[in-house]
Design a binder for this molecule. Sequence first.
Ligand code: NAP
Length: 313
Amino acid sequence: MNTILYDVIIIGGGPAGYTAALYCGRAAMKTLLLEKYVPGGQMVTTEHIDNYPGFPEGVDGVTLAMNMQKQAERFQIEHKTEEIVSVKIEGLVKEVTVANGTTYTSRAIIVATGASPRELGLEEERALRGKGVSYCATCDGAFFRNKTVVVIGGGDTAAADAVFLSKLCKRVYIIHRRNILRAAAIYYDVLKQAENVTFVWDSTVEEILHEQTVSGVKVKNKNTGEVTTIECQGIFVAVGNVPNTDLLKGQLELDGNGYVVADESTKSSQLGVFVAGDVRTKPLRQVVTAVADGAVAAYMAEEYIQLQLTDSE
Ligand code: NAP
């Protein structure tokens, strides 16, 4: 057991987590931010962010993440890279235990665990991860320079991935289950004009073809039932996200899709636990809405702690 009682433990180091840390630090709350890998969350898998205000030419996700971390750390927050194995959120003192057995305690918790890419659920999809199947174009795109790849999905991630890959790859097929993208129109305009991008509408991937590595996909047209083969060396899966709530199951109210139920106040079903960013129920999941949540969660945590301290006097 670590003997320090923190005011706030922030779980997750994406834009919501680091903004919460910035606000907690500025409010002079004793703050610990725990993250599993590197700062930035899903932001670091985004090559170019064009819709975060303040950057007239856009900004790359890694730079934005590093800047958010540096900015928060100016205000004496502690940051540790740890895998959390369990969380106890009931009662006035919350407990967070990490893989090496250390337990950290705090008065309040801000959950900013974000979301992870959803899998297609195809046979051998997991086994071929790193052997042609990827969930991150900016991380893995360079391995497919001058090769043929497919991008599966029709949202902003799929469209942004396809734009990025079209600059590197010989050909990019976008396979989408409908005949219209969900993504912002700006992406469609760019992709339509790219000579090496082909849309495969109303279609789903039925099978991944492979030897040691990916060699193609079998694609079924939903309208005609026809199954065709597209030869490719890479498959970029971009079919949405699943919230990272495993640690919290059974302890916080979740909606039908597994997101933690919390409104704009970021208050969860548990007193003293606030939820910020993509892991929360909300209509728009973007960096800009995640940072807004982080600020609100810190503010709410401060108010909650003040009330607790006043009540105990
Ligand atoms: P998303 O918006 O949920 O889109 C997922 C896409 O995958 C949809 O087109 C969906 O089809 C399709 N899909 C879902 N399940 C599928 C399945 N089992 N098989 C085949 N296709 C499937 O997810 P996202 O694109 O990852 O975006 C997540 C959030 O991040 C969004 O809020 C998005 O705006 C944001 N984001 C923003 C940017 C940006 O603004 N630059 C970049 C990346 C992400 P349907 O369309 O038919 O539902």
